[in-house]
Design a binder for this molecule. Structure first.
Ligand SMILES: *Cc1c(COP(=O)(O)O)cnc(C)c1O
Length: 401
């Protein structure tokens, strides 16, 4: 058997995978036009407004406010919905740190619920069990581009009178029962950070179907201004989260390219699924049949039988050494010391005990799941073959790791 590349053997592949982000002359022309116009800010130009309209339509939302990044977009969404100091926001711990930061930055408390082990997404039953009389909102995270069980989560929220803020940072184009994510709940955030399927280097957007929430979001992103108010008329206390006109023209081009890229990603996803079918110990998250479109952001898989997180890290390093861009994924926010410290600070000041999170399914996912870098999904049939070959090779040697 071939030796592993980390042990000095030949890697399965040395060819690079497709580059990301993708751009063309269209971006270059649009950027030059903004530069020459002198209208670099959305306070003077019309590109951000045009993008907001186009992206709202794309996600089948009534309203959309562009923001400078997804993390602050989530904060703005929570604030626009009245979430504040001491309010609890139920969310998964298996997510990017920004989901929790968004709540903590306004003095709200993230309360972690478990994931469904078959999907790796927020579990509605665990969500319900985490609700207290201090809960103000639920934050489903459409991880990897896969929508959460929104039927169940919206039902839990409406029966308890809670706001729903979707973290759709990875959910561009994703659809639950024929309806695109983002405005399924009260508001939903998208990220255009450089790793996402649509990017301007940084950036974000918040979608909503409520005109009132839309106005509040506008205020949160525009130092408390109201859409038709005067320049020095600040009716709310809000951030400045504005996106520049430069970013907006890039995003308008990215949006045009997104449907074809998503079809490519889907094709590659299906090839990968075919290639790894029958590989022992390997499994992929189950996609609910009510998911009518998957965002195809991260091809995630689990390896059973690893001996804990340290072993998984060695597995990921070995696979990377074979030439496959792979990540060990999230480590669980309930284990993050900075997040826990901040939660203790806020709950301590309010004279409340620190909430405890027992999340066995999350811990299992953390111990076993990994994902391919997003640009691997823009590859070829041969790319899918080499990825599967590398996974098989590392699995064959996993006791030596
Ligand atoms: C990327 C991401 C964010 C944060 O978005 P930024 O634009 O990087 O601030 C939040 N949640 C999830 C799940 C993400 O993937």
């Amino acid at each position: 058997m071939d030796e592993l590349a980390i042990h000095g053997g030949d890697p399965v592949r040395t060819d690079p995978f497709p580059a990301w982000p993708v751009s063309s002359d269209a971006e270059e022309r649009a950027l030059r036009a903004v530069l020459a116009s002198g209208r670099w800010s959305s306070t003077h130009g019309s590109e951000v407004r045009a993008f907001e309209r186009e992206f709202a339509d794309y996600q089948q939302a009534e309203h959309c406010v562009a923001v400078c990044n997804g993390t602050l977009g989530l904060t703005a969404a929570l604030k626009a919905l009245g979430v504040g100091i001491g309010d609890e926001v139920v969310m998964p711990a298996y997510t990017f740190v920004g989901s929790a930061t968004a709540a903590l930055m306004i003095g709200a408390i993230p309360v972690f619920a478990d994931v469904d082990p078959s999907t790796h997404l927020l579990d509605p039953r665990s969500t319900e069990a985490a609700i207290t009389d201090r809960t103000a909102a639920i934050m489903p995270v459409h991880l990897a581009g896969q929508p959460c069980d929104m039927d169940a989560l919206l039902k839990v929220a409406s029966s308890r009178g809670l706001a729903v803020v979707e973290d759709a940072a990875q959910g561009h184009g994703a659809e639950w029962r024929g309806q695109r994510v983002g405005a399924l709940g009260d508001a939903g955030m998208f990220s255009f950070q450089t790793s996402k399927n649509m990017t301007a280097g940084e950036g974000g957007a918040v979608a909503t179907n409520s005109a009132d929430v839309g106005r509040r979001l506008y205020a949160q992103a525009n130092v408390g201004r109201v859409p038709d108010g005067d320049w020095y008329q600040h009716e709310h206390v809000g951030f400045n989260l504005r996106l520049t006109e430069f970013q907006a023209v890039i995003l308008r081009e990215q949006l045009r390219r997104h449907p074809a890229q998503t079809r490519h990603r889907e094709t590659q996803w299906n090839r990968l699924t075919e290639q790894v079918a029958g590989v022992p110990r390997l499994s992929m998250p189950v996609i609910d049949e009510r998911v009518t479109a998957h965002g195809r952001h991260l091809f995630t898989f689990r390896v059973a039988g690893l001996e804990g997180l340290a072993h998984k890290k060695r597995f990921v390093r070995a696979l990377a050494a074979e030439g496959i861009p792979v990540s060990g994924g999230y480590v669980g926010l309930h284990h993050n010391e900075a997040i826990r410290r901040e939660i203790r600070t806020i709950t301590g000041r309010l004279g409340r005990p620190e909430p405890v999170s027992e999340l066995p399914a999350t811990d299992d996912v953390v111990a076993e799941a990994m994902w391919l870098s997003p640009q691997t999904l823009l590859g070829t049939h041969e790319d899918a073959e080499t990825i599967a070959a590398a996974i098989r090779k590392v699995l064959d040697h996993s006791t030596q790791l």
